[in-house]
Design a protein around this ligand. Structure first.
Ligand SMILES: [Zn+2]
Length: 184
């Protein structure tokens, strides 16, 4: 009987852990600026998950990753004149996940496809090196989370930014990697 209860508990634990979403650092937690405008996605779940790299330095702890995310938001709003940070989510080199525009808003990440997909940006530059395992694992978990929340179609399509436009993004090495992932 004890064995049975123990195995039932274990099975339940597996289900809960498997279905769980990664911890997401919310906009208020990272000190995001307020957007100057918001457009909500009109057709959820969306079809596409787009992978980006930010270029520049990667980060390896909460403080340095948060500083990068703030710098992207400032760059997108002040230099590009966009309403907010462009990406839906930003994934740090330590595996931390930051809320950008989030699951429900139209982003500014993949020109021509912003209303049919979500943009996942990895901090760092991946032309010739792969992201750290923690960062890759976090991307996988976040995409699975999007499916489980009904934000991404179960039969979603994974693409790199360069598939949809003229850019090197997400870097040749990371691009080679994502082409081996499910749904590419
Ligand atoms: Zn990109």
């Amino acid at each position: 009987m004890t064995m049975l209860i123990a195995s039932l508990c274990f099975a339940l634990m597996v289900i809960v852990v498997h279905g769980a979403c990664p911890q997401i650092i919310t906009r208020s937690q990272w000190g995001a600026r307020a957007p100057t405008g918001i457009t909500y996605l009109s057709n959820q779940p969306v079809q596409y998950a787009f992978i980006h790299h930010a270029t520049g330095n990667n980060c390896h702890d909460r403080a340095s990753c948060q500083a990068l995310v703030k710098s992207y938001q400032n760059y997108h709003m002040d230099t590009h004149g966009w309403a907010d940070i462009g990406y839906s989510f930003i994934i740090g080199g330590d595996g931390s996940v930051f809320e950008g525009r989030g699951w429900d808003k139209v982003g500014a990440h993949t020109s021509g496809y912003n209303s049919v997909g979500l943009g996942f940006c990895l901090t760092g530059e991946f032309t010739s090196v792969l992201p750290p395992k923690a960062q890759l694992d976090a991307v996988h978990n976040l995409i699975a989370c999007g499916v489980s929340l009904g934000k991404l179609k179960t039969a979603y399509t994974l693409r790199g930014h360069r598939d949809m436009g003229s850019t090197e993004c997400p870097g040749t090495r990371l691009y080679q990697e994502i082409k081996t992932w499910p749904h590419y």
